[in-house]
Design a protein around this ligand. Structure first.
Ligand SMILES: [Fe+2]
Ligand SMILES: [Fe+2]
Length: 171
């Protein structure tokens, strides 16, 4: 019997990685919108709790999520939007609003959740954030989508930076 079988070439690819693919990363708008939803959910939970322990835990989560969110927007998203839109209005206004958010976060981080001022500060923070998120989602994001910015690439950078900051905060 002729051994006419061509020698099988050992393919270097046969042992190629077969690990399951990473979940598709979110584009920038989807990532930031998901952050907004997460924080809104946490504020809703706060409204529904009377327990001081739960309040403190929820505020810690809110402050972490918001601090990281505003930082990645300021470092990555806003500069990209500002440049792409040649914007002199939306981003500066958003930055002023971030300052208000950060100030309330700083105040909440140093007081105990046992007085009426705590609830008042959380309430005002929630109203601030609601207003700010509405402006981003109804004005800034639609305008951003209309630019030629690569939202997938921007989303990947936001996600990487968010992970870095969360890791740093968890230390
Ligand atoms: Fe923002
Ligand atoms: Fe935002």
């Amino acid at each position: 019997m002729p051994a006419n079988k061509a020698p099988t070439k050992a393919s270097p690819r046969t042992s190629a990685k077969t690990t399951s693919p990473l979940p598709p990363s979110k584009d920038a708008i989807a990532l930031l919108t998901a952050d907004h939803e997460e924080v809104s959910q946490l504020f809703a939970e706060y409204e529904g709790t009377r327990s001081i322990t739960n309040k403190k835990a929820l505020v810690a989560k809110i402050c972490t999520a918001l601090s990281v969110h505003v930082q990645i927007e300021e470092e990555i998203f806003y500069p990209a939007i500002k440049a792409a839109l040649k914007d002199e209005l939306l981003v500066p206004e958003a930055l002023v609003e971030h300052t208000g958010v950060k100030s309330l976060i700083a105040q909440l981080e140093v007081i105990e959740p046992d007085g009426e001022m705590y609830d008042a500060k959380v309430k005002v923070l929630s109203e601030y954030v609601k207003h700010h998120v509405k402006e981003e989602q109804t004005e800034m994001f639609p305008q951003a989508k209309a630019t030629s910015l690569d939202m997938a690439e921007l989303g990947a950078r936001l996600a990487t930076r968010r992970d870095e900051l969360l890791t740093h905060l968890a230390r």
